[in-house]
Design a protein around this ligand. Sequence first.
Ligand code: CP3
Length: 354
Amino acid sequence: MTMNPKKPLLDVLSGNNPQRRPVWMMRQAGRYLPEYKKTRAQAGSFLELCYQPELAEEVTLQPLRRFDFDAAILFADILLIPDALGQNVSFREGEGPVLEPVRDEASALKLSTRNIVSHLAPVFETVGRLSQSLPSHVALIGFCGAPWTVATYMIEGGTSRDRQTARVTAWAGLETDSHWFNGLMELLIESSITYLKAQIAAGAEVLQIFETWASDLPPVLFDRYCIEPTRKIIDGVHETYPEVPIIGFPRGAGLQIDKFSKRSGVSGLGIDSGMALSEARHLVGEEMVLQGNLDPLCLLTGGKILEAEVRAISKACDPSRHIFNLGHGIVPATPVSHVEKMLSVLRNADAERA
Ligand code: CP3
């Protein structure tokens, strides 16, 4: 049953007792690290960093040289899929992603899965390199964005305050089966399966599906456009790779994590900072592996409150059913010393607990 007894993340996700509670951080490679900013400048642009395997491998490894994490997450972005589908994607300094919006059938029909594997070949090369270079206790996580979240950026043309255009489009899709939005979701499901399977073929051992904007979807839309697509992606991946664990992260889903955990097929459930881990456990039952959920802004704050919050998470969660993480990505202003503190407090608290 044990795939690799020396990797705590894989042990927890396959129901075995880990040597210790696994820990990693969302956005662990990023702008809070001075060495990341250096490599990023060397690459020229963010997309060029994603598409140069040597540099993408380097930034993936940077946090692991500083911190004793149990996982590395592939350095890439959820918006590489729209880029590979032929939508024009760029990242502007201080502005975030900019895409040519898809707002009608004609622009949706221009997208094509034809070139995604060749377009994303550098990403698979990064995964292959990492699978050779990671320390033996570190698991390699591949990922994609969930279709709804990726669609919000494609429809809005970038980050938007409340994603109103995308949300209205989803209602139109629910009302009319033949609406182009449903075609777009199917295209994203299909490309995500292809993309994730190729990441596994190259060496990814665990996958995470990021549904950053799950909070946009009221129950009927959540069932149709979050749970269903996630389940289709997981079924598609598991048809070829039944053993690979997949973590879902429906951020802001609130009470809807209950049905999500029962119906989507995930092996692990990312919890955002808006819900106590003890409540999440109560909702989803004893079996499901939970991941999370220190508030990134508590990590930024540091000091005694950081110590208290990390201790509370250690105390609340059985280390064989929990992956320590933040409730969302680390923010760029976070001092590196706060991450060190978080890790030492966690290890001490877990030792006292044992
Ligand atoms: O270390 C890691 O977590 C691995 C790499 C990773 C990135 N983005 C790198 C990145 C991962 C897993 C993502 C996921 C991602 N990308 C999500 C889902 C998770 C989440 O944070 O909600 C989303 C919504 C995106 C889309 C995206 N990428 C936006 C909106 C932005 C701009 C905002 C920002 O944080 O700058 C990005 C850029 C991005 N992706 C950066 C990094 C390190 C910063 C870019 C830079 O260096 O200038």
